[in-house]
Design a protein around this ligand. Structure first.
Ligand SMILES: CCCCCCCC(=O)SCCNC(=O)CCNC(=O)[C@H](O)C(C)(C)COP(=O)(O)OP(=O)(O)OC[C@H]1O[C@@H](n2cnc3c(N)ncnc32)[C@H](O)[C@@H]1OP(=O)(O)O
Ligand SMILES: Cc1cc2nc3c(=O)[nH]c(=O)nc-3n(C[C@H](O)[C@H](O)[C@H](O)COP(=O)(O)OP(=O)(O)OC[C@H]3O[C@@H](n4cnc5c(N)ncnc54)[C@H](O)[C@@H]3O)c2cc1C
Length: 572
């Protein structure tokens, strides 16, 4: 994956070929079609883009405007961009690299629209890489980050493709134009569910990189006086520095373990779906959407905390942290914008809550919703016990889901349409969904550290990290836990003091915990996070290579500064 994520050099990128285009063939093509395209894609004999988003629509897939109209007389689909806003816009590699694309388009046959489906379209000649007839291509221009990737645009002017180019594993169009329904209309979205699931690991790796850089640098950097007359301490000795970095380090481990669960879930549920059992699809969608949204948002914020914790050098590209932040920020938007994804999880939670109200026993990641008692039983809780911490997060989530759902029911009882009631409660719904995902991450972290096969001394460190992650979450969101008296002010104070103790306990293992990510300097691409810790020498070498240092007096002096200085001096 890391190799695949490397671009082939400035201006072109085949990241999306690997993480979106090829998996789409794997998941949406028939066996026949796989024989035709899968090996070509796996051997990079063709290079593809996943062309779904348009200038006017990214989130609302059902609103996409590109059309694929079936012509039974020639047994072809006609791919067309009817409006400016239907221009495909953003797909990675679409601008200059890809010669094929899976194009998501509204399928029309016999005058009826059957919604968005995927079509294989060749967009450039395999001989000279020129755009195919009827296809207009280009790059969308510089972006916040990842400018090595040619995110592009594409327009189709009645481009004809054979009927067999519709990816027909789930839905089909027969030669005479008959549309054959898929087992679920959402199966056309299955590759997005898969990719969202992989974003959880992308987030974990990005946060692992940032914490590796910041923790190592915090052991190299010495600054200020902790005690008069004593040598300047490593900045990692400051509790504030530990409070900035160790919760991010704990989150990196938490998300790493959550991605293990996500991968296992995706495998088992898609395995059942292959046998026709669709029952797990809704839970898989809700979990992947919520985890993608939660982990990428926490990661982007966490990387910026790491950047700030490295002071001025953190702001330099030498640190590698601005690029990491830019990449993580993209993950918050791509593959399902975070707000919209968390609302999808909220939609599933409201549905499950209603089922549990009707007496259904819930299972899977929402089982706790029916188990948690509405009336809290306050009392002295052992805030260093993982079971207590997990229960607190589940109670918080169950209370917030119940509150949001009841609020919505109340709005509808006042006569509001369901959609209006939904919109007027959507902030509550988002917070409830975030609490649900947070409780899943905590529970999964706790279960993993208790069951993973490691040396007991390692388990002890991981347990401290899990306690630190949970206690940080409780103190950061104290109001949610206090609201119904489930936790008391004393519990929160106990949580804060345990958290301070955990910071001190994790400190001796901090470098070992980041080294355990085993991120090579070539992957980290950071002078501050170098394994050998020789930051200052390499910072100087890095700076000397700046293009501005190619000449002692830059040409801009002669062009702009010298005449400007001269004219100002002449006025004295
Ligand atoms: C930085 C590197 C970047 C690399 C990669 C980037 C690649 C990309 O960005 S590719 C493009 C990604 N684009 C997206 O992810 C688009 C996001 N939007 C969507 O997925 C959909 O439009 C979505 C889910 C928001 C709404 O879908 P829509 O069809 O309108 O469904 P909606 O009306 O909300 O819900 C209807 C039902 O479908 C279900 N559903 C929706 N999506 C799915 C799904 N994927 N799987 C299963 N069920 C689903 C809902 O849960 C709901 O079920 P129920 O009725 O039981 O409650
Ligand atoms: C780096 C990068 C790479 C990408 N690569 C690809 C690719 O390879 N292929 C591809 O097809 N696409 C790609 N995309 C596009 C990406 O998938 C879309 O940008 C993303 O799905 C968001 O859609 P949008 O841009 O239309 O945002 P919008 O949905 O327009 O979001 C704008 C705002 O509207 C809000 N909003 C929208 N709908 C709702 C709602 N129902 N309820 C509440 N709020 C709402 C959002 O929360 C957000 O705040 C890429 C994007 C980026 C940044």
């Amino acid at each position: 994956m890391a190799a695949a994520l490397q671009t082939l050099g400035g201006g072109i990128g085949i990241t999306l070929h690997w993480i979106a285009f090829t998996p789409t063939i794997e998941q949406q093509a028939t066996e026949e079609q796989k024989k035709k395209w899968l090996k070509l894609a796996q051997d990079v004999a063709i290079v593809g883009a996943y062309a779904q988003t348009e200038m006017g629509h990214g989130t609302f897939v059902r609103g996409l405007e590109t059309t694929a109209t079936y012509d039974p007389s020639t047994q072809e689909f006609v791919i067309n961009s009817p409006t400016l806003t239907s221009t495909k816009w953003w797909p990675g590699g679409l601008g200059k690299t890809a010669n094929h694309a899976t194009v998501m388009a509204q399928l029309y046959t016999r005058g009826k629209c059957y919604g968005p489906h995927n079509f294989m379209v060749q967009i450039r000649s395999l001989e000279n890489h020129q755009p195919c007839p009827g296809v207009t291509l280009g790059d969308i221009g510089p972006k916040m980050e990842s400018n090595g990737n040619d995110n592009g645009f594409a327009r189709f002017d009645h481009v004809r493709i054979p009927r067999e180019n519709m990816l027909m594993k789930f839905a089909r169009v027969e030669a005479d134009g008959t549309y054959v329904q898929p087992p679920s209309s959402k199966l056309a979205y299955s590759n997005m569910v898969y990719l969202r699931g992989t974003f959880v690991m992308s987030a974990a790796q990005a946060l692992a990189s940032a914490t590796t850089i910041a923790v190592r640098y915090s052991c190299v950097r010495r600054q200020s006086e902790m005690k008069p007359g004593e040598p300047e301490p490593q900045i990692l000795e400051y509790q504030t520095q530990q409070y900035k970095l160790f919760p991010q380090l704990a989150a990196a481990y938490a998300f790493w373990f959550a991605s293990w669960f996500m991968t296992q879930q995706h495998g088992s549920i898609t395995g059942s779906m292959e046998k026709g059992d669709m029952s797990g699809l809704a839970e898989l969608h809700a979990l992947s959407a919520g985890l993608k949204s939660y982990t990428t948002a926490v990661t982007a914020r966490g990387i910026d905390v790491c950047r700030m914790a490295c002071g001025g050098h953190g702001y330099s590209h030498a640190s590698g942290l601005p690029a990491l932040f830019g990449g993580a920020a993209a993950l918050c938007t791509a593959e399902g914008e975070n707000t919209v994804m968390m609302l999808q999880t909220a939609r599933y939670l409201v549905k499950c809550f209603a089922q549990s109200q009707a007496g259904k026993r819930l299972t899977g990641t929402v089982a706790y919703l029916s188990a948690v008692q509405p009336s809290p039983v306050a009392g002295n809780r052992n805030m260093s016990d993982l079971g207590t911490l997990v229960a607190a997060f589940q109670h918080r989530a169950a209370r917030m889901v119940r509150h949001a759902a009841m609020q919505m029911q109340g709005e509808m009882q006042k006569g509001k349409a369901r959609e209006d009631a939904w919109n007027s409660c959507s902030v509550l719904l988002i917070k409830a969904a975030e609490a649900h995902v947070h409780s899943f991450v905590v529970r999964n972290f706790a279960e993993t550290v208790q069951t993973v096969e490691v040396d007991e001394s390692v388990r002890a460190v991981l347990t401290s990290l899990c306690q630190l992650y949970s206690l940080y979450g409780i103190t950061e969101h104290a109001g949610d836990f206090l609201k119904d008296g489930y936790l008391t002010g004393r519990d929160i104070d106990a949580a804060s003091s345990h958290l301070s103790a955990m910071l001190a306990r994790v400190r001796p293992d901090a470098v070992a915990l980041v080294d355990a990510f085993d991120l090579h300097d070539k992957i980290l691409r950071s002078v501050l996070g170098r394994y050998d810790g020789r930051v200052y020498e390499h910072l100087y070498e890095w700076a000397k290579k700046s293009p501005l240092n190619k000449s002692e007096v830059h040409e801009s002096y002669y062009k702009y500064l010298q005449p400007f200085l001269k004219s100002n001096r002449a006025k004295l």
